[in-house]
Design a protein around this ligand. Structure first.
Ligand code: UT7
Length: 331
């Protein structure tokens, strides 16, 4: 049975840098609060005219170039996003058209901050099952357009941001290489701890003028509750993968935790007993780009030479749903 390896990665973020100081003008916050409570110094937000698919396309082009592939060699697209450019169809089909591809499947997957890990699991299943040999996996979000930048939104607007990352998974028959284990979970009992209530088909029309005025389309979060679960679930999930493989955290060469809060990443690191050199964080520069945090970080690591063939790489994520999960691979 083939396993899946990463053939190439790419990333794209908007050019517009939004510093912490830009928020302190319009809401009761400060650079100091944001840095010390979250680790974020700046993030990227799109400018008018830029789209999510633009970012997904750029990240894909880089991943294709890194893999030495032409778009036509792709067998399928798995596009993780909870912020598609339109309510429907999803961004996958737009990316497919922009790449000039024939009618290959373009699957949109919405698993919030765990979107990229879940998308890898779907791509890996296609490859292991022998259905496809080269699958593009994209994680991309535009969160800035659903942020409340009034004083009421300070607990979320300073956190979330825009970006895209991509990876191409390919089949290999080399024993011991590639994706070795997944661990995936959901628990809908906490769905409303981090959600966007509307627009939704529960309402007719999907969003009414008065609900719009009430701001129900803004992302709402019980930050403390999400934090409490995230710091527990991510290390637990990494350990589950490692236990299944008979490996120890000390053998991890690189862990990329979902970038939600630097304090969460530090607690995940501590819980797993990892050294600083084993963990990569970039939240300082990008904030929380939801399904894009992991592929953006992975691409930075690959391009900086932080992963070498044979390295044990772990990715772990937690987010709205709640959904969470991890993947462990031998690079
Ligand atoms: O992607 C996955 C999902 N997201 C996450 O995993 C995020 C998880 N949660 C967090 O990262 C943190 O809970 C936050 C960063 C959202 C908040 O940090 P916290 O240390 O849990 O702060 P808090 O919610 O307990 O708020 C402490 C105080 C409150 O004021 P009072 O009630 O003590 O007077 C907040 O109103 O900080 C206030 N606050 C702010 N102050 C300045 C909240 N946001 C801000 C802000 N600037 N931007």
């Amino acid at each position: 049975m083939p396993t899946s390896i990463v053939l190439g990665t790419g990333r794209a973020v908007p050019g517009r840098v939004v510093t912490n100081d830009e928020f302190s003008g319009s809401m009761d916050t400060s650079d100091e609060w944001i840095r010390t409570r979250t680790g974020i110094r700046e993030r990227r937000w799109i400018s008018p005219g830029e789209t999510g698919v633009d970012l997904g396309l750029e990240a894909t082009r880089q991943a294709l170039a890194a893999a030495g592939m032409q778009p036509g060699e792709l067998d399928a697209i798995i596009y993780a996003t909870i912020t598609p450019d339109h309510f429907l169809p999803g961004n996958g089909v737009y990316l497919q058209t922009r790449l000039g591809l024939g009618p290959i499947p373009a699957i949109d997957l919405r698993m919030q901050c765990a979107g990229f890990v879940y998308a890898l699991s779907v791509a890996d299943a296609f490859i292991r099952g022998g259905m496809y040999r080269r699958v593009l996996v994209v994680g991309q979000e535009i969160q800035s357009t659903r942020m409340d930048v009034s004083p009421k939104g300070r607990h979320t607007a300073v956190l979330f941001a825009d970006g895209a990352g991509a990876a191409i998974l390919g089949a290999t028959d080399e024993p011991g290489r590639g994706i070795l284990a997944f661990d995936l979970h959901s628990d809908g009992a906490f769905a409303e701890k981090l959600w966007v209530e509307e627009p939704g088909s529960l309402h007719n029309p999907t969003i009414s003028a008065d609900r719009y005025e009430a701001g129900t389309y803004f992302l709402q979060m019980d930050g403390k509750e999400v934090f409490r679960h995230a710091v527990h679930r991510m290390p637990e999930s990494v350990r589950t993968c490692l236990d299944r493989l008979g490996l120890a955290p000390s053998e991890i060469a690189l862990l990329i935790p979902h970038q939600a809060n630097m304090r969460i990443s530090e607690m995940v690191q501590r819980e797993l007993g990892l050294a600083d050199s084993q963990v990569y964080n970039n939240i300082e520069r990008y904030g929380n780009t939801t399904s894009a945090t992991i592929p953006i970080a992975l691409d930075e690591c690959v391009r900086a030479g932080r992963v070498a063939p044979g390295d044990l790489v772990a990715l772990t994520a937690f987010g709205s749903g709640f959904v969470w999960g991890s993947v462990v691979m031998r690079w």
